[in-house]
Design a protein around this ligand. Sequence first.
Ligand code: F3S
Length: 286
Amino acid sequence: MEVTVAKTAGFCFGVKRAIEMVEKELSDNDKKTPIYTYGPIIHNEIVTHELEERGVNIMAEDEEPSSYPVGTVIIRSHGVSRKVEESIRAAGHNVIDATCPFVKKIHKIVEEFDEKDYRIIITGDKDHPEVKGIMGWIKSGKCDCILNYEDFEKLALNKDEKVCLVSQTTFNHQKFQDLVENIIKNGYNVSAKNTICLATEERQKEARELGSRVDAMIVIGGRSSSNSRKLFEICAAVCSDTYFIQSMNDLNVSSLSSVNHVGITAGASTPTNIIEEVQKNVRNEL
Ligand code: F3S
């Protein structure tokens, strides 16, 4: 009986860094001022609930920061718009910026190109907090969000217009390359910046590969985590015996009793201790 845990399972660099910043604030904060994260720090109810019990509350994104008692606000790895950051500071809160450096880099690019009068185009999901945050660093508001070349054509841009193209960090690498090729081929004046972070792609690639060579696959992730659900879909497509669990409590280990090889992967918001607990229990039971 074999159990294999994917090397890429669990926190990515940016999420790990954000959680460490929360932990540091918890240990440094002896003044007993409130600590907030702006929205849930990660999409994992177990983690956010545990943090809440230790005194880290969630500041709701649809409420004014000024409606909360003054404290320290930790901005999560997705980042926020300039306006949101300013409104938190204006309300008197201390800000700890845990925006992933890869996302921060995009804020800098769009700000710089906006100042040079470029139209900014972002490839990605316009409703995702990361994309909303990026849009919020474009002062002129000359900005569009697209998914493919068809969307780009609908913008009916003048071919001389200066365009800066960036991407949501989790956008598909191949789709971005195809889009850039198409835009250049059609004679547009585009400065394309590949701002995709490969952490997600590598995790998905490894999940697919692992899922295709095991008898059963366990995907650990928060119910509201879209990257974990995506991992489940990828694994379920190559391994019919795939389970999506939030923690060990959701897994009936006896259902794995007749398999020879179990694979385990986890979304970017799954802490190491939960992965280890599942791994240990599966090993012990089988
Ligand atoms: Fe950062 Fe990439 Fe994670 S952009 S938050 S390291 S998925």
